[in-house]
Design a protein around this ligand. Structure first.
Ligand code: NAD
Length: 335
């Protein structure tokens, strides 16, 4: 992380005091890694999370948890008044494409109105900067050229993609009209430890979880669909770099490389010792077929490049899942 932690610490308001940051969704998969990285950089961290998909087990014990819903604007402002964060990393969201297709209005209430509440709480309490977790896949839709850069048109195919993209416009206008610095990090497909294998979003967690448990992973469609997979530790590092850089800018957080679902299946089968053949089912609606993001801008302006390649990242993920399963089995045996 170089001297970024030092930059961030000294960016605090009072001399010698750590910068106060607040992470929404800090008990979730990505948010909890962002919290860990901020704490490792010496920052004072508060978390807002309603624990719908997040959990206390994910949360760094050095962070203060406020268990509230971002749809509750008044409660949010009260927490901001109490915590007085200088910077907010906004990771909380309803992050399921499938649920957004089933209930677009609820998705918008959390992802648009909830995000607007976060932006408003920033404005009302004098927060200096907001980092927003955007999405480079779902917001772009089926790409017209590859790799996708930050200027690619956004034609989302799901309410989730549309909502996440809408908030990018709010970030822009809050910077221009209200003076709140905003940096948008457009994540590609993120994977790694703490991703829920029982969810329906992270294909790597789902496949690895089922393979380790002797279940049957299902490949939707041909399996030739390709994505750009970024290890979660690299995403956390992008959130650290954005503490002091990238005001008013949007960055892809991707690898520039794509891997097919079938390719993931084969690599994970090898790592887990899984021997059953692939099972296919109908393709899912709202899914982009092939996408990967260029990271040139993040490299040039944030000094960010992914450090963990897919083979190393998959190995780390499977190792973590194995250790978790072993701990759970031990706990059960001990009862
Ligand atoms: P996650 O579901 O693990 O994390 C979301 C967190 O937000 C959870 O802790 C959840 O409890 C919390 N949350 C949800 N609704 C809330 C509400 N109404 N009020 C307060 N807290 C609430 O998902 P994730 O994969 O870690 O996603 C984190 C962020 O990254 C999201 O904004 C998501 O849109 C974005 N993103 C994720 C990916 C990916 O591949 N996982 C890709 C692109 C963008």
């Amino acid at each position: 992380m170089g001297n970024v932690g030092a930059d961030a610490r000294t960016a605090g308001r009072g001399a010698g005091r750590p910068m106060r940051v607040l992470v929404t969704g800090g008990a979730g998969f990505i948010g909890s890694h962002v919290v860990d990285a901020y704490i490792a950089a010496g920052l004072d961290v508060a978390v807002v999370d309603n624990l719908t998909t997040g959990s206390r087990a994910n949360l760094n014990p050095a962070a203060r948890l406020h268990e509230i819903d971002i749809r509750d604007a008044d409660a949010l402002v009260r927490v901001f008044e109490q915590e007085r964060p200088e910077l907010v990393s906004h990771q909380a969201a309803q992050a399921s494409v499938r649920l957004s297709m089933e209930n677009p209005s609820q998705d918008a209430q959390i992802n648009v109105l909830g995000s607007l509440n976060v932006l408003e709480a920033c404005r009302k309490t004098g927060v200096r900067k907001l980092i927003y977790a955007g999405t480079g896949g779902a917001s772009v839709g089926e790409p017209s050229y590859l790799p996708v850069d930050e200027d690619h048109p956004a034609n989302p195919l799901s309410p989730y993609g549309a909502d996440k993209h809408a908030v990018e416009h709010y970030c822009y206008l809050y910077q221009q009209s209200f003076g709140l610095e905003t940096t948008i990090l457009r994540y590609s497909n993120i994977y790694g430890p703490r991703q829920d294998p029982r969810g329906e979003a992270g294909v790597i967690a789902i496949f690895a979880g089922l393979m380790l448990a002797g279940g049957q992973p299902v490949v939707y469609g041909t399996g030739e669909q390709e994505r750009d997979y970024v290890y979660v530790g690299d995403v956390a590092r992008a959130n650290v770099l954005a503490l002091t850089r990238g005001a008013g800018r949007m960055y892809n957080v991707g690898t520039g490389v794509s891997v097919s679902v079938n390719g993931l299946f084969d690599r994970l089968a090898e790592l887990t010792g899984y021997t059953q053949a692939r099972k296919h089912a109908a393709a899912l609606p709202g899914e982009v077929f092939r996408i990967y993001l260029t990271n040139d801008r993040a490299r040039d302006e944030l000094g960010w490049l992914p450090e963990v390649d897919i083979d190393e990242g998959l190995r780390l993920t499977v190792e973590h899942m194995r250790a978790k399963l072993a701990a759970q089995a031990k706990e059960k045996g001990g009862r």
